[in-house]
Design a protein around this ligand. Structure first.
Ligand code: ADP
Length: 440
């Protein structure tokens, strides 16, 4: 196992990795921008290094500063968390070239999966159903031909896209070329890559993803998560297992994901994301080659520390978990964000009073504390509230109880929105799709 891990991240995920390190006796190094000098990950790590000014470009995304921090502290491995450079194959390569271990998959697989078009191709070759779609669209003629074949509506997606941004739904052929041009411009501005492609737009899908682990040859699928409660294509509430799958469909989905992960020789942890249409057919949309925000619901029902497993696999250990592990009970995570509940605009500032919930079946992963000032520079996630119970009904009762105990004063949060969602009869009945919040 590694001796000292540098965590190239901040916020709750940096703390999460520090905790996994401490549990197995590995030292941790926090990095931070000048805006984060008072952050908890800085306080709780064994060592800390300031890597630059507040803008992420100059700190958390600054590869030379991160590598120097690892060298100065004598770290032997780098954990990227999620976001920032977590899916940046170039960073993974630089880490490895500098003689450090990368706590993530092989950089060439990051590159393959980081491009949605090549990821679709690789998954199709591995026998995974993908949403009917096109290769990269170079000409207007290709776009028109693809729409003819796929049928309207289609969704224009950036091959290098992420974070739910840069997608455009085309309902009407007369708007296709104009939307294509603006999608390319936005993709260039947002992802430094203008390449776009088309997919069939699935009207009322559920987002279901599979947690996979691999050691380079064998793989396992550790159940699924349902992440259909989204705003602007970003997840807000996740649960495991999904109520939308019956046993036969679940077995088929997990088997497909496991085989594909093994087929590409994937190492460490990853997630295969699928959309489930109204006829309950599942289609691959993308792979995330890192730990996900919502990994905690899988941890709750499987009783596994996924970050620890990720580190073991990155260190070259073989898979040691049983491929037929079964989930126990039901878990739900809500993301508590510093944002206006109506406009979703970020709401940074000073937290004047704070109470976090506890009790049976409740876990809170957070970096905030009373009198902490939420900086305006980074994403708005304040805390993840995760509940676990023997079934979904018990988990929901615990979630209701726990949300009732949350006090965050001084800034706006989406706590009240979460309360409305979990009291909604359709949510309680498990009747929802990715558009649920738009109708609320
Ligand atoms: P990103 O990488 O930006 O997160 P994804 O490909 O994972 O993008 O898609 C994010 C969300 O966008 C999905 O969960 C779903 O809500 C919506 N979406 C993506 N592709 C489609 C599609 N073909 N049809 C309908 N909705 C889609």
């Amino acid at each position: 196992m590694f001796k000292k891990v540098l965590i190239a991240n901040r916020g709750e995920i940096a703390l999460r990795v520090i905790r996994a390190c401490r549990d197995i006796g590995v030292r941790s190094v926090a990095v931070h921008s000048t805006a984060d000098a008072d952050a908890l990950h800085v306080r709780f790590a064994d060592e800390k290094v300031c890597i630059g000014p507040p803008p992420a470009r100059q700190s958390y995304n600054n590869i030379p500063a991160l590598i120097s921090a690892a060298e100065v502290t004598g770290a032997d491995a780098v954990h990227p968390g999620y976001g920032f450079l977590a899916e940046n194959a170039e960073f993974a390569e630089v880490v490895q070239k500098c003689g450090l271990h990368w706590i993530g998959p092989q950089p060439e697989l990051m590159r393959l999966m980081g491009d949605k078009v090549s990821a679709r191709k690789a998954m199709e070759a591995a026998g995974v159903p993908v949403v009917p779609g096109s290769p990269i669209i170079e000409t207007d003629h290709q776009a028109e031909e693809a729409v003819e074949r796929i049928g309207l509506p289609v969704i224009i997606k950036a091959t290098g896209g992420g974070g739910g941004r840069g997608m455009k739904i085309v309902e009407n052929k007369t708007r296709l070329l104009a939307q294509l041009a603006s999608a390319r411009a936005e993709a260039q501005a947002g992802f430094n890559n203008p390449a776009v492609y088309l997919e069939r737009y699935i009207g009322a899908p559920r987002h279901i993803e599979v947690q996979v682990l691999g050691d380079g040859s064998a793989a396992i699928a550790m159940g699924e998560r349902e992440c259909s409660i989204q705003r602007r294509h970003q997840k807000l509430i996740e649960e495991a297992p999904s109520v939308a799958l019956d046993d036969a469909r679940r077995v088929e989905l997990l088997r497909t994901a496991r085989k594909a992960t093994a087929a590409i020789g994937y190492r460490t942890v990853g997630t295969l994301e699928f959309l489930l249409d109204e006829e309950k057919h599942f289609y691959f949309i993308e792979m995330n080659t890192r730990i996900q925000v919502e990994h905690t619901v899988t941890e709750a029902v499987f009783g596994v520390d996924l970050v620890r497993e990720q580190m073991r696999l990155a260190a070259g250990d073989p898979l040691r978990l049983h491929p037929d592990m079964r989930p126990r009970g039901h878990a739900i995570e809500v993301r508590i964000n510093a944002e206006d509940p109506v406009t979703f605009a970020p709401s940074p500032g000073l937290i004047t009073a704070l109470n976090l919930p506890g009790g049976p079946g409740v876990r809170v992963d957070t970096h905030i504390y009373a009198h902490y000032r939420v900086p305006p520079y980074y994403d708005s996630l304040l805390a993840k509230l995760i509940v676990h119970g023997e079934n979904r009904h018990v988990a929901l009762a615990r979630l209701r109880r726990a949300l009732g105990e949350v006090v965050v004063e001084g800034i706006k949060t989406n706590v009240e929105l979460h309360k409305r969602v979990i009291d909604h009869p359709d949510f309680i009945a498990g009747r929802f799709d990715t558009h649920f919040l738009e109708r609320l």
